[in-house]
Design a protein around this ligand. Structure first.
Ligand code: TRP
Length: 353
């Protein structure tokens, strides 16, 4: 029986500098997945226009995300690393999905509401349609698994809704095309063209919070650069930021219960655990009872040990843009070849001559 080939797809938007939260929450997961899976990792430069229409240097930002992928260990020969705009099929499929998705579905997207702010009338149509383009990114390759942060869960549900409606609305055409796959959605058998994607949200990825305020997520849009560790920070900058990180006056507890109500302490212990690939409980076994004056230098050393090689490789790649451009071009060609197979079938299913 025909089945969907397992395929991992994810995207990162080239807006602002990548920080520790992006690394621990996303990129490190991408790296871990590549051993056992076929993976496509995309720099979503078309999505970047929804955040800001005119960028100082979008090309440079795109390269830097690709450089971070590669410097972190993603193999662009075994897998595909490319920028979204290199494959026009993303836009073409997004249009079809714009016609599949319902306005009511889009109106429920919390990220749109957050980003559009008070005056949603002034938001761009692109920002509104963002989740439809995201669905197209994934389904253009008929990808089955998507590693993303918690904040993208709703967009993945929408992706499934779009796939489901497409599969049902075009059921007869899908059957005629001979390209469908029999799957079950809940208990219902469906002859599907698009798979029901699964989010890969679990795993050790911690929520990395701001170094200045343990209740806020580490973010590239925080005005204070001291709030985050950027992948492009050098060892001195990393150490300085950890030294200046906000803490409370108490020492470290011996057990994780003692972190309750202490967001800054919890965050620093969580970052240590993630960088060391261990649990907070284990970190506290080692550091419980110690003061931050002892813990912070250990954390800084660890952060530098993990991030310095990535930083150095990113720098090297960013200094030789020919190399990174060649990787993106090659990835784009390979992505396009795969996308074209899907698009040809989708055009046939939809009825385009
Ligand atoms: N919306 C995602 C984010 O902000 C980025 C993204 C775009 C994406 N297309 C995607 C993620 C496809 C996963 C799959 O993080």
């Amino acid at each position: 029986m025909k089945q969907f080939q397992p395929l991992v797809f994810s995207g990162v938007q080239p807006t602002g500098n990548l920080h520790l939260g992006n690394y621990l929450g996303a990129i490190r997961k991408f790296v871990a997945l590549q051993d056992k899976n076929d993976c496509i990792y995309c720099v979503v430069d078309m999505h970047a226009l929804t955040a800001q229409l005119v960028h100082e240097d979008l090309k440079e930002q795109t390269r830097s995300i690709a450089a971070a992928f590669i410097a972190s260990g993603i193999d662009p020969k075994k897998h595909i690393v490319f920028n979204q705009s290199a494959v026009p099929g993303h836009a073409e499929l997004a249009w079809i999905f714009n016609c599949v998705a319902r306005i009511g579905w889009m109106n429920r997207m919390t990220q749109f509401k957050d980003k559009a702010g008070k005056d949603a009338e002034k938001a761009s149509l692109g920002l509104y349609a963002y989740p439809s383009l995201m669905a197209a990114d994934i389904l253009l390759y008929r990808a089955t698994h998507v590693p993303v942060g918690d904040d993208q869960k709703q967009h993945l549900e929408l992706t499934r809704d779009i796939a489901q409606k497409f599969n049902l609305d075009f059921a007869d055409h899908i059957r005629k095309s001979g390209e469908g796959v029999d799957i079950k959605v809940g208990d219902e058998p469906v002859h599907a063209y698009f798979p029901m994607v699964e989010a890969l949200i679990d795993g050790p990825a911690p929520r990395v919070m701001s170094l200045r305020d343990g209740t806020k997520k580490m973010s590239k849009s925080d005005p204070s650069d001291l709030s985050r560790i950027n992948l492009m920070d050098d060892a001195d900058a990393i150490s300085k930021k950890i030294k200046k990180a906000k803490t409370d006056p108490e020492g470290l507890p011996g057990e994780t219960d003692g972190l309750a109500g202490r967001p800054e302490a919890d965050n620093l212990v969580g970052i240590y655990a993630a960088l060391a690939d261990t649990s907070k409980a284990d970190v506290l076994k080692e550091f419980g009872g110690q003061q931050f004056s002892a813990f912070k230098p250990a954390l800084a050393d660890l952060a530098v040990t993990v991030l310095a090689p990535i930083h150095a490789e990113m720098r090297r790649l960013m200094d030789a843009t020919d190399h990174i451009d060649a990787i993106l071009k090659d990835g784009g060609e390979r992505a396009r070849a795969r996308a074209d197979v899907t698009l040809k079938q989708v055009r046939d299913i939809v009825g385009f001559l």
